[in-house]
Design a protein around this ligand. Structure first.
Ligand SMILES: Nc1ncnc2c1ncn2[C@@H]1O[C@H](COP(=O)(O)OP(=O)(O)OP(=O)(O)O)[C@@H](O)[C@H]1O
Ligand SMILES: [Mg+2]
Length: 225
């Protein structure tokens, strides 16, 4: 086998069958993402960026075409395989963090490891290291709803890294942050990239996109450039 990218999409279509008319969110996407690369997805609102990211993270399956991530075909996995894939192979950072607000910072990160079946003692050490890495060690016992937006975003990144995934997918991780918090999050991402992780990030900010190695524009459910 030739060496394919860590993520390969071939003629990918995604149609949502919501109420009323079906929505063709993706209409024939071909894309190759190399191992260790830092890619930004840009494009107008509603044109398919999040849909594309969800397929890469195994949060959803394509309607047609193939999505291969780390050698696994997302469309062919069973629900159980897909859940395992999400828990262990990729880290996903949602636009609105999706933290469990009643849990502490440390518990939010631990939970991701519980899903992956990591032994409890190992979880504790790893949580400490991760929170240290995102500069939140002193907040480990704070509840998620007691954090600032930038702090929540960093917890979400720590959580996405909990199971040491090769691939990190982020949906507008700095969309709600002030410029100082944005700079902190970007510094963490630059670090992770330097460590060899593959990063795909959706952003509306052209300043941020300019820092990526590659900019991919999604327009009308297709790759425009
Ligand atoms: N679960 C869903 N059910 C039905 N339609 C959906 C669903 N999710 C997305 N869509 C539709 O698919 C299209 C693409 O949505 P998507 O969320 O991928 O856009 P986006 O590029 O991420 O936009 P934004 O920049 O606003 O986040 C939109 O028309 C949207 O309304
Ligand atoms: Mg989106």
């Amino acid at each position: 086998m030739s060496s394919p990218g860590v993520m390969t999409l071939r003629d990918v279509h995604k149609t949502y069958n919501g109420r009323g008319v079906p929505v063709e969110a993706l209409r024939g996407v071909d894309l190759e993402i190399g191992a260790g690369s830092f890619t930004c997805l840009i494009g107008p609102s509603g044109h398919g960026k999040s849909t594309l990211l969800h397929l890469l993270g195994g949060l959803d399956r394509p309607t047609a075409g193939s999505v291969t991530v780390l050698g696994e075909q997302v469309g062919r996995m069973t629900d159980v395989e897909l859940a395992r894939f999400r828990a262990t192979r990729v880290g996903f950072v949602f636009q609105f963090f999706n933290l469990l607000k009643g849990l502490t910072v440390a518990e939010n990160v631990e939970l991701a490891m519980m899903y992956a079946g990591t032994p409890v003692r190992q979880q504790k050490t790893r949580v400490h290291d991760l929170l240290e890495a995102v500069g939140l060690a002193e907040k480990r016992r704070a509840r998620a709803n007691e954090l600032s937006g930038g702090q929540m975003q960093r917890v979400a990144i720590a959580r996405a890294l909990a199971n040491n995934p090769d691939v990190l997918l982020l949906d507008e991780p700095t969309g709600n942050l002030d410029s100082a918090s944005e700079a902190e999050v970007m510094a963490i991402l630059d670090d992770l990239h330097a460590q060899g992780r593959t990063i795909v990030m959706v952003t509306h900010s052209s300043e941020i996109a300019a820092r990526a190695e590659r900019i991919v524009e999604v327009r009308d459910g297709r790759i425009a450039s």
